[in-house]
Design a protein. Sequence first.
Length: 169
Amino acid sequence: MSLNIHSSELPESERSLHEFWMNEAIAEAHKAESLGEVPIGAVIVRYGEIIGRGYNLRETTLDSTAHAEMVAIRQASIALNSWRLLDCQLYVTLEPCPMCAGAMVQSRLPLTVYGTTDPKAGCAGTLMNLLEEPRFNHRTEIIQGVLQEECAELLTSFFRQLRRKPPKS
Ligand SMILES: [Zn+2]
């Protein structure tokens, strides 16, 4: 049984709450964009409070693991003084890659909410579904499609501008 829920299936009050937190993840994505990084952002929420924030820092840190979700997971673990992210929800603008989906399962995260799907790396149902793999000892529930257009537009406008830039001489 898949728990992968599209936000359009949710009641209005629940959907608008997820949109509120997704806007925080979008704000993180803008921080990445201002550094010339691919604009992807994430926040981790626990009992109505953000305990972890992150944005993509792969180029800045020369670190392939510096994805928004990984940065947010590390910060939340420090805040909770625990590697287990119990009672937490992770919001991310783009569907998680295999590494981040793996980290979500490893940290026992109960729920991941993402904005737009990633046809090239998405492991929350698009290419595979690592979050709801029944053979793992933990499954992370998924809600997708929250502020999908805004999250997708962040990426398309970033890559559109990249293409417009003249090549470095
Ligand atoms: Zn990732």
